[in-house]
Write a protein that binds this ligand. Structure first.
Ligand code: DHB
Ligand code: FE
Length: 286
């Protein structure tokens, strides 16, 4: 059976890609952010996931405002990136796991999630930047199942709905017959706003509340309306929907193994976390 080993969530600011290309990881501006990945690298080396289910939001590369699904699940053999106009190198492609994708798609539809299924899907910086941060070498040792959540065009799905989407995926993963080690990833956030009169808006207090509550009380956060979330976290702070779905997919006793919070990276409050997902049996044995 598949095992959900835990989760990683991190910001996906595109300029991180430029910093990596220019090898600026140790520059004073970037160092506090990149050092936050030392723990992640050790955890991944120890846990050795086979597959990552990646909750993210497309920013106009694969879907545009003319046709924008609320939830879209990849079912491709391979996912390609293209030039998005941020001035960062186009990323290498990432291998998919179509069998697992279809298992998740079937389970989601059975659970009454009317998702869009994508056998051809470009992945943008919201997938490629976190991958480059988690595995800085040449090889990315995991296959992925990308799950895109609309955080771009209102009406957006609620925080509660995204938590439930994650929970449905968590249950589906646990019923997958192959012996896979699966990690879940949430990308984007925390507070940021890229345009309008509040461009540059960051809310450290609210971010700390999110980081404190998501581990043991995600339902408390799920009570916020999208409108209130935008007020507290900025227009793009709604990328936290991806974090909620990631948290929902963790089915066991969740613990915070690592937290790094750094302001600002570009316009964004950058947070990186690792969550463990202890199983019932382990809990009893402990
Ligand atoms: C920035 C943040 C994002 O989430 C994004 O998708 C693009 C840019 C930024 O802070 O520059
Ligand atoms: Fe973004």
């Amino acid at each position: 059976m598949a095992t959900i080993i835990g989760g990683v969530a991190t910001t996906h600011v595109p300029s991180i890609g430029k910093a990596i290309a220019d090898k600026k990881q140790n520059d004073p501006y970037w160092r506090p952010f990149f050092r936050g990945f030392d723990y992640v690298h050790g955890w991944l080396a120890k846990e050795k996931p086979d597959v990552a289910v990646v909750f993210y939001n497309d920013h106009g590369l694969n879907f545009f405002l003319d046709k924008l699904p609320t939830f879209a699940v990849g079912a491709a053999k391979e996912y390609r990136n293209e030039d998005e106009g941020w001035g960062i190198p186009v990323s290498r492609s990432i291998a998919g796991d179509p069998d697992l994708s279809w298992h998740l798609i079937n389970a989601l539809v059975e659970d009454e999630f009317d998702i869009t299924m994508c056998q051809d899907m470009l992945i943008d910086h919201a997938v490629t930047i976190p991958m480059a941060l988690m595995w800085p070498g040449e090889n990315w040792p995991v296959r992925i199942v990308p799950v895109d959540i609309n955080t771009v065009q209102h009406p957006l799905p609620s925080l509660k709905r995204c938590l439930k989407l994650g929970q449905s995926i968590g249950r589906a993963l646990e019923s997958y017959p192959q012996d896979l080690r699966v990690m879940v990833v949430g990308t984007g956030g925390l507070s940021h706003q890229l345009d309008g009169p509040r461009a540059g808006f960051i809310n450290k207090e609210f971010d700390q509340l999110c980081l404190d509550k998501i581990v043991a009380e995600p339902e408390t956060l799920a009570r916020y309306s999208i409108h209130d979330w935008v007020k507290e976290s900025g227009a793009q702070g709604v990328e936290f929907l991806n974090w909620m779905a990631m948290r929902g997919a963790l089915t066991g006793r969740v613990s915070e193994l690592h937290r790094n919070y750094h302001i600002p990276i570009s316009n964004t409050a950058a947070a990186t976390v690792v969550y463990g997902n202890a199983k019932e049996v382990q809990r009893k044995a402990a």
